[in-house]
Write a protein that binds this ligand. Structure first.
Ligand SMILES: [Ca+2]
Ligand SMILES: [Ca+2]
Ligand SMILES: [Ca+2]
Ligand SMILES: [Ca+2]
Length: 458
């Protein structure tokens, strides 16, 4: 899962090599001066040799370990086949899930979690993983300007030029073009660790410069204020990006002040939206899924959302038994009832996935001659009943025709039963068509349903 870096962690590497040389020089000068002065006799030295060698090996080992550890903390841990997805005009992203970082020679972003933090000097404040979203965040180090008295060095511990130092990249799939307000969750302990820039597709618009925090010191705090000449604490609603068309876009952040701690960001089209606490869950989808869509694959709505999250589990209607159920196979994706023969049908299969709590999305098919009725049961207990609304087309699979049951406990081996009943508009009968059931992690049920409708039996 860990990817190779596209840049070398030169800063850390140099520090460590210098550190080892210093230690070695110290040992030898100490020994020779002690021998010369007569304080140290040769026989003692033989005894000490083992001790020194041991210490040296430990020191070297520690440096090597730190090197690989720090190196790791500056690499992307995000799966290469995943992107964040916007849904209903909002997208939430964990800062630590960056896709890559570039321009890292002078300053670099390091992940901080409960068990890991980089030992890069200078870094005066402690870890703030408690109460960080996903219990992880990024800090840009070293932090050489901690107070206003520390020397400001442009292009080193401060940058008013966005895109100049330590650029983080995030790939986001937008469905809805338009203006997005950028909210960032950060932890500031002073006056010189509270600024960052945001950009889009390697451009750095004026409305992404100088996101600023004044209030909420020593706490994880959301801001979308822009620092201006007149208002050093920032003007609200002035940080935004304009997404010109749907599709993949790269959102980027770069350093303004070193020591900045970055937990999460949210892009929202709602001017009145104010994130609270850790706020929204992130929505991650597979890139391969997008590629198949881009290439014009005509995957059904059910197939699209069933695979949109790597964690999704699903049972298609066609995986249920049909013998003696009154269902028949309709096209390539649906079970249905022939209303000339039956009014109701029922089928049961076994839940073969692991025990857990799930959001259940039942993908029914809307029809234009009535609302069929569907009931879902687990081990004979009714979870819910619903009737998809009428369609304009002959039939339609899509968000409007689903049922969602949230936070349902299911054990491996449970019996999953679907009952369907045909309906009529007085002239024609529906066929109780349905596509399948998706079991998604709790909290993701509403998110996964946004995908284009499909209208075909095939
Ligand atoms: Ca720190
Ligand atoms: Ca600083
Ligand atoms: Ca800090
Ligand atoms: Ca985080």
């Amino acid at each position: 899962m860990i990817k190779k870096p596209d840049n070398k962690n030169l800063y850390v590497k140099n520090r460590i090599v210098q550190g080892s040389k210093l230690n070695l020089t110290f040992y030898f000068t100490s020994i020779s001066s002690l021998l010369k002065s007569g304080v140290l006799k040769l026989e003692y030295l033989i005894l000490m040799k083992h001790l020194l060698l041991k210490t040296f090996i430990i020191a070297l080992f520690a440096h090597t370990f730190l090197h690989s550890q720090q190196h790791k903390l500056s690499l992307s841990i995000f799966e290469s086949d995943a992107v964040f997805a916007e849904s209903n005009g909002l997208v939430a992203v964990e800062a630590e899930f960056f896709n890559k970082q570039t321009l890292t020679e002078i300053r670099q972003w390091y992940r901080v979690s409960k068990n890991e933090s980089a030992s890069v000097k200078n870094d005066e404040d402690e870890s703030h993983f408690t109460n960080a979203s996903n219990s992880e965040y990024l800090e840009i180090l070293p932090d050489t300007r901690v107070t206003h008295q520390d020397k400001l060095i442009k292009g080193e511990n401060f940058s008013d030029i966005p895109g100049e130092i330590a650029v983080l990249n995030y790939i986001i799939k937008f469905n809805t073009p338009g203006r997005y307000y950028v909210w960032v969750r950060a932890y500031s302990t002073g006056s010189e660790d509270n600024g960052i820039h945001v950009g889009l597709n390697n451009t750095w618009p004026e409305t992404g410069k100088r996101i600023q925090w004044c209030n909420g010191k020593n706490n994880w705090t959301w801001s979308n204020k822009q620092r201006t000449k007149e208002e050093h604490c920032g003007v609200p609603n002035q940080i935004y990006l304009d997404i010109d068309k749907a599709g993949l876009h790269e959102i980027q952040f770069s350093m303004r002040e070193d020591g900045f701690e970055f937990d999460k960001f949210i892009l929202t089209q709602d001017t009145n939206y104010v994130p609270a606490g850790k706020d929204q869950d992130v929505l991650i989808i597979k890139k391969s899924q997008l590629e198949s869509k881009i290439q014009g694959s005509n995957a059904s709505y059910f197939k699209t959302i069933a695979t949109i999250l790597p964690e999704n589990l699903s049972i298609a209607s066609l995986e249920f038994p049909i013998k003696d159920t009154n269902f028949y196979i309709n096209g390539k994706n649906w079970l249905a009832i022939n209303p000339e023969e039956h009014e109701i049908a029922e089928t049961t299969t076994t839940f073969e996935f692991k025990n857990g709590k799930y959001d259940i999305v039942f993908v029914g098919v809307g029809e234009n001659d009535g609302s069929s009725i569907f009931t879902l049961l687990i081990n004979g207990k009714e979870i819910g009943t619903y009737a998809p609304p009428l369609t304009e087309n002959l039939f339609e699979e899509g968000k409007a025709f689903n049922a969602l049951w949230e936070n349902i406990k299911i054990k491996k081996g449970a019996k999953i039963t679907v009952k369907a009943k045909v309906a009529t508009d007085g002239n024609e009968w529906t066929r109780g068509r349905w596509a399948g059931i998706i079991f998604t992690p709790v909290g993701k049920g509403t998110l996964i349903q946004d995908a284009p409708s499909s209208f075909s039996q095939n």
